[in-house]
Ligand binder design. Structure first.
Ligand code: 13P
Length: 253
């Protein structure tokens, strides 16, 4: 059985005071939830603060991006080791906003995934098609390319350590969630790709999250699908009430 992972991607929200407040609220409400892996991904400047709040709880810390090099002249970047030092267990890689606004490519995603694994971080590898891809019948091709190229060169022993997040771009921040059936269709397809690459057993151990307008009132329907193993949540993770409600919905399934 795959343990569901509910991760809050706070994006460029929550500076120190607000981040501390939100993390404290989540800790108070969820410290005893054992059957769901809870991950908070604040912006870089709030990582250590949130890390301090959730220290000694089952709640984990994640970053939203990293560079693949160990160190050097890369102004504005952070290495995997720096994230590890700040207390991170997870790092989101290849989010569609980074692909769209900051030139992230399948090749850079691949380098980052490998660097994260080398440092013992769990990469949450984001894949997903744009609206025009879906409308022109290319959703499967795009997702397949994201998976194939993003994971290129990874062996089975590395693949078991990753998390994949399927985030259709048209569903992010739009209020338009993929239906549970639409999401499951792609999740199943991703698991089949993983099965071809790494074997059935490994593919069945890899957690595939869904992301895109996940909220307390739709998380249950999504999570009851067989290949949906959690959620990567943006907007609804920014409020204690909605984040806690989603985790509780999933913990009661
Ligand atoms: P929303 O939940 O705001 O649609 O964002 C999803 C997302 O991009 C999570 O990484």
């Amino acid at each position: 059985m795959r343990k569901p992972i509910i991760a809050g991607n706070w994006k460029m929200n929550k500076a120190a005071a607000e981040a501390t407040l939100l993390a404290n609220g989540i800790k108070r409400d969820l410290f005893d939830v054992g059957n769901v892996e809870i991950v908070l991904c604040p912006p870089f400047t709030s990582l250590s603060l949130v890390g301090d709040v959730i220290q000694d709880t089952p709640i984990s810390l994640g970053a939203q991006n990293m560079h693949w090099e160990k160190e050097g002249a890369f102004t504005g970047e952070l290495s995997a080791a720096m994230l590890k030092e700040a207390g991170c267990k997870y790092v989101i890689i290849g989010h569609s906003e980074r692909r769209a606004y900051f030139g992230e490519t399948n090749e850079s995603v691949n380098k980052k995934v490998k660097a994260a694994l080398r440092e013992g971080l769990v990469p949450i590898v984001c894949v997903g098609e744009k609206l025009e891809d879906r409308e022109s019948g290319k959703a499967f091709d795009v997702v397949s390319e994201h998976v194939e190229k993003g994971l290129e060169g990874l062996g089975e022993s590395e693949a078991v350590k990753i998390v994949i997040a399927y985030e259709p771009v048209w569903a992010i921040g739009t209020g338009k969630t993929a239906s549970a059936a639409q999401a499951e269709e792609i999740h199943k397809f991703i698991r089949e790709l993983l099965s071809k690459k790494y074997g059935k057993k490994t593919s069945e151990s890899i957690c595939i999250q869904y992301g895109g307008s996940v909220k307390p009132d739709n998380i249950k329907e999504l999570m009851t699908e067989i290949d949906i193993d959690g959620a990567l949540v943006g907007g609804a993770s920014l409020k204690e009430e909605s984040f806690v409600a989603m985790v509780k919905e999933v913990s009661e399934l």
